[in-house]
Design a protein around this ligand. Sequence first.
Ligand code: ADP
Ligand code: MG
Length: 506
Amino acid sequence: MTTQDKINVFLEIVHQVKRLDPVNVRKWFDELVLVQFDGGLLEIGCPDEASAQFLQDNCLAGFTQSAQNITGHLVSVKFSVSRSQLSETYDDLSQGSLKLHPNYTFENFIVGPCNRLAQASCLAVSQSPGEAYNPLFLYGNDGLGKTHLLHAVCHRIREKLLNASILFLSCEEFVNRFIRAIEQGKLDDFQRRMRTVDILIIDDIQFLQEREQSQEEFFHTFNALYNNQKQIMLAANCAPGELPSLEEALINRFKWGLVARLDAPGYETRTAIVQKKAHLRGLSISEEIAGYIARKVKSNVRELEGALTIIYATAKASDSQITLELAQQALGDKDVIDERHISIIEISNAVTKYFDVRLADLQSKNRSQNIALPRQICMYLARNLTIHSLEEIGGYFGRYDQATVLDASDWIDNLRQTEPKMNSLIQEVTKQITQDEQNINIAENASFSLKLRIEIAEFVDHEKVADSIIKVCRALNAYHIACGGNGLIIDDWETYVPEEQLAEKF
Ligand code: ADP
Ligand code: MG
């Protein structure tokens, strides 16, 4: 395997672990690097001791399994704090040790309507730091190119202004350095270091939330740099105003310069990105395949890259060319696997258990917060994890219409982006759903996962008929039923009601 092959396989392994074990995924997973991959040993470099220990305790089996799945060989996995050439971690540029990602340049950044303002403002900042926009605040969902643009600014400044001192830190690094400085009684050094740079770049600034002392320290750093017309660049996964646990004075300052949003790229931009990424990996793929991938993966550029890696790994494993059929097989199967196992009943089971509420309450019109939120979460998960239509989902969770399901689902989606707690809650419930052995057994048994759909459109008064069916089913302890617009769904009904018994009742 060439080095690039090894890196691709490594990225694919990390991607698979993220997908199969979302609860254990941490923000710094993106900072993991490949140290070595030789003789059946995969050594993964972690940002620090704590993350290496975390992986050793929680993710060793996941990495080992994924490595075996992808390479087809037994691989022994080791976590260390070593760094490789491709480290994406942030360090002190002025000390010459920042390892900028070599591909995160302006040249490799595809511009479209979704990111034009962000790209143009970064370019302007790299041309005249401290003058164009100060501070420059980039925000957008994960995987839309914020870190890429920050690296691009550093590349460009480093080319042009050799003497400029740049400090590029992840927010966590800022906080950790601050804590270390206090512990070691070296706060003065820390402050001098932070406040005398020409350009301060902090990525993922949302992590400053709920860290009051660090916020205060950053506030003073900000003021000192700003007053000296030094450039400040920040990136976050949401707008300044959507960082509620940050001090208002800080939020206001974030808006003093330019706030630029990155949106999910449209089809054309996605296609161009796929082609660019393929090119960077030395692959040539046709426009048709690039278009296919772009249609398949819509929300996030990182996932677009993941799709490309899966296709690449599939081609490599079968030693074949990348054709449209191969791409379809590589990505298509993935969806089938995702959808096959999960039924609406597994979702409602996991959510009712998590919130300690009754399914009957979720299926009622009760709009109190402690019932409405779990119901909204159910709708969101059902929309994303099952093959049911909006109408069916609305019907199942208490005869709500399609618009309500859509609103609920978007609302939860939004909360996931802005509130880390909601994100981990969803991850935990999703894990419950996918890991509950009993559920998986039921889902895997085709006869149980079959949904019985009784079309009752021909009944004159179908609402009334549906009601009486529901009553009968309830009497038989078959709670998992729902009335859709023109039909009735009994989900996994064989589990609860023997067919003859139900027939008898009618
Ligand atoms: P964020 O920091 O917003 O979470 P990143 O900057 O880490 O996202 O981007 C994730 C991946 O997507 C990176 O590999 C990056 O190169 C790529 N990417 C995102 N947007 C673009 C783009 N417009 N053109 C090329 N690559 C992009
Ligand atoms: Mg980032």
